[in-house]
Design a protein around this ligand. Sequence first.
Ligand code: P6P
Length: 332
Amino acid sequence: MSHQKTTLGEFIIKNQASFSYSTGELSSLLNALRLAAKVVNHEVNKAGLVDLFGDSGDVNVQGEQQQKLDVFANKTFIQSLKNRNIVCGIVSEENDEFITIKGQDKESNGKYVVLMDPLDGSSNIDVNVSVGTIFSIYRRITPIGTPVEEKDFLQPGNAQIGAGYIVYGTSTMLVYTTGDGVNGFTLNPAIGTFYLSHPNMTFPEEGKVYSVNQGNYRHFPDSVKKYIKYCQQEEEDRPYTQRYIGSLVSDFHRNMIQGGVYLYPNSTVNKDGKLRLLYECNPIAFLTEQAGGIATDGQVDILDIVPSQIHERAPLYCGSSSMVKKLLEFIK
Ligand code: P6P
């Protein structure tokens, strides 16, 4: 029963003590994300009824057709993060440049920066397939009170102090880490409260699922083609099942619960892959490692990559450690 479960708000307070560097500001940041998640969830669930389906008519920095819900989610998360004077800057998939946030005193006093994909997989909205929000949190590098700079956002993933996602699916869940394991919270929409439903989430060591868009097979490196053939072979523990929703958060969430490996390789079409390093690969990689899995670009751990541009892309292979290790035998 819900009344026996810990709420997200209670969990954040209880674990605040473990934020050795926080005086409650990180808790407040997490609560800002919690609030925005509930507002976006409400709109995602009724998009078709209030004409929030479909294209906004604009195109984002990636050249992708912006969906109306993308725009709504972006505005909602930015507004919620602005309101608490704890964040000094935001990078969003939907904005070309980083956003500077000043407090009422017109100063950049926030201690943190947030990087996000406000509505990942949004091309699935009109066909009623799960979509998600992905977020990544760092301490700023520049001194408090000075203008936020691009270097505040170009930190390697291993400097993250928090990361997570909201999946707007058959149920809405918020899954996050602050470096002390991964915990999942399910929204009770009747009362608008997230409850701890998946404590200490960990990747099964082994899995039977591989997630890749096989429509791109002909563009993949030969090593990846060989691994896919390996997955399909009739041998002791194969063939595996291929599952691909086309929504990173959904494919990742399923694999973390059931076990599996997700692949978005570089290819002759996308030389650096399609996924963005700062607000897709890095937060997913932080969650992966906190859940006992492996996340790599095929050569190095995702979290060790030093970014050079805020919208740069990287290949992503992540999931159950034994499956990723087998994949790396082919790639390396
Ligand atoms: P493709 C959605 O656009 C996204 O960024 C991820 O959520 C998803 O895993 C991937 O791209 C799907 O890309 O090329 O397979 O359609």
